[in-house]
Design a protein around this ligand. Structure first.
Ligand SMILES: NC(=O)c1ccc[n+]([C@@H]2O[C@H](COP(=O)([O-])OP(=O)(O)OC[C@H]3O[C@@H](n4cnc5c(N)ncnc54)[C@H](OP(=O)(O)O)[C@@H]3O)[C@@H](O)[C@H]2O)c1
Length: 459
């Protein structure tokens, strides 16, 4: 490990270094980063989704440290985590990330640095602030933080209603450069959240993106406003979003019903306390609820509805938690209760959704679009994490140099929960300072997804 990085780790671990010490700690001129390259953005042209291999497009490079804008902080990234938008970046879908970087660079002179011939992805991080710009007021060098992904323009009037409505809003590390798959990242001060001190760096880094997104979708006034006792159907229940949706539903007194594709994944989901899990096996690329012409298969949807009712004592779902997209959306609209809500933030299986609109209008259901979270929602989520009401669902951890392996597992759906990444820290388990809270919660709860019952090679 480079001497500058070792010094930062030592200062962070021993807990005696002051903010001044961090502000003056020597930094290297270059950093290791995982990147995609502009001159390769057509490499998968003509291939199907499953054929595009992230291990071919993700590289490990040495690049300069990014410059700081006045409202930005430079964070030494101790650990990070893999998200599905890293898959999109690595396979250059739905559009190459370089298009977003070019657009972002035009907004202001401070954004110009983002338009490089390499793109560092990554949308989750935990680390230490090592430098701050002159306009940063709330954070200082030495602060131990996690990072959440909304990059917004505070000059947009819309952000004062809801940041997510900002027409210039961008997702950090997906639509901006210098994401979390590097030794350092630059973020705006309103992306910073406190690090939960009962968690290790890799546990803390694994939560912000999916936890904040699920919080907005289910709990926030901008989402489904879940109430006690509601039935919530959760697609992809063993994945990152799904595992946090289950925790939020249980916290809020609701009844989660998870859907997964294998009994092994069902077993993991039950460990979260979700008793009712439906296994719907499917072949790669298969649409269970659409026929060969792309029309909805009403009978299949009714069958799913009947299976749900077995768990609920005959009730339908008040809320359907959607992100799986085209292949499930018709069912989501179909199985929601009269007056129910389908809340969606993504389209893993395709974004051109098809559904029978009679099941929406005649039964007065609502579809709610949701995207990331605003800073207030992110802070509310961080509070739940710090107070021990939302727990990590890490299943495996990879060194930074092996990020492409982790992204490939997610691309193939051969993971559960979250996949963590060690950026600067040399090993797992570092960074925990609140041992009392950790003991109170218990290792068993914090490690529920790290079980041998899931073999990533078998679905
Ligand atoms: N807009 C936002 O702010 C936002 C934020 C986070 C994520 N997202 C999007 O949400 C999606 C999920 O993210 P994630 O982090 O939870 O990913 P993830 O960890 O890969 O989990 C997704 C789960 O969906 C299930 N799935 C995939 N294809 C399916 C299909 N055709 N039918 C049924 N289930 C399917 C898989 O589980 P099984 O194998 O068990 O079916 C998988 O575990 C991604 O598309 C991501 O880009 C959007």
């Amino acid at each position: 490990m480079r001497s500058e990085l070792r010094q930062l780790v030592d200062m962070t671990e021993d807990g005696k270094a002051t903010s001044e010490d961090f502000a003056h700690a020597p930094l290297p001129e270059t950093m290791t980063a995982v990147t995609v390259h502009r001159d390769e953005m057509d490499m998968f042209r003509g291939q199907a989704f499953q054929e595009k291999d992230p291990r071919r497009s993700l590289h490990v490079d040495e690049v300069p440290l990014p410059e700081l804008a006045p409202d930005e902080a430079l964070v030494a990234v101790m650990a990070s985590a893999v998200n599905f938008n890293n898959v999109w970046t690595a396979i250059f879908e739905p559009a190459p990330g370089f298009h977003f970087l070019g657009e972002f660079a035009k907004f202001s002179e401070f954004n110009a640095k983002h338009n490089q011939d390499y793109h560092i992805p990554g949308g989750d991080a935990a680390g230490v602030v090592v430098r701050v710009g002159k306009a940063v007021t709330r954070w200082k060098p030495g602060d131990r933080v996690t990072v959440f992904g909304a990059v917004v323009d505070l000059a947009s009037p819309e952000v004062y209603d809801d940041e997510v409505r900002d027409p210039y809003g961008r997702a950090w590390g997906f639509e901006t450069n210098f994401g979390s798959f590097a030794h350092f990242t630059v973020v705006r001060q309103n992306q910073l959240l406190p690090k939960p001190e009962h968690l290790s760096w890799e546990e803390a880094a694994s939560m912000p993106l999916v936890a904040t997104t699920a919080y907005r979708m289910l709990v926030s006034k901008n989402g489904a406003r879940m109430k006690q006792g509601e039935n919530v159907l959760i697609w992809g229940a063993s994945g990152g979003l799904g595992a946090f949706a289950i925790q939020l539903v249980l916290n809020g007194g609701g009844f989660p019903i998870g859907i997964v594709s294998s009994e092994k994944k069902a077993e993991v989901v039950r460990k979260l306390g979700c008793r009712d899990v439906i296994v719907l096996e499917r072949k790669p690329g298969e649409d269970l609820f659409l026929d060969e012409y792309g029309h909805t298969r009403a009978r299949q949807i009714l069958r799913l509805k009947a299976r749900i009712r077995k768990y609920t004592g005959g009730e339908d779902c008040d809320i359907v938690f959607e992100h799986t997209g085209r292949s499930t959306f018709a069912a989501s609209v179909g199985v929601a209760k009269t007056g129910g809500r389908v809340v969606t933030c993504g389209s893993t299986s395709g974004y051109d959704h098809v559904f029978d609109n009679r099941y929406l209008w005649q039964t007065v259901k609502t579809i709610i679009g949701s995207h990331g979270a605003n800073y207030f929602e992110a802070m509310q989520t961080a509070r739940l994490i710090c107070r021990g009401r939302l727990h990590p669902v890490l299943s495996r951890v990879f060194p930074l140099e092996k990020v492409s392996e982790a992204v490939s597992l997610m691309h193939k759906g051969q993971h559960v929960g979250k996949l963590g990444v060690l950026n600067i820290v040399p090993r797992e388990g570092m960074g925990i300072t609140d041992r009392e809270r950790r003991e109170h919660i218990g290792e068993a709860v914090l490690n529920r997804f790290r079980t041998p019952c899931f073999d990533s090679s078998a679905r």
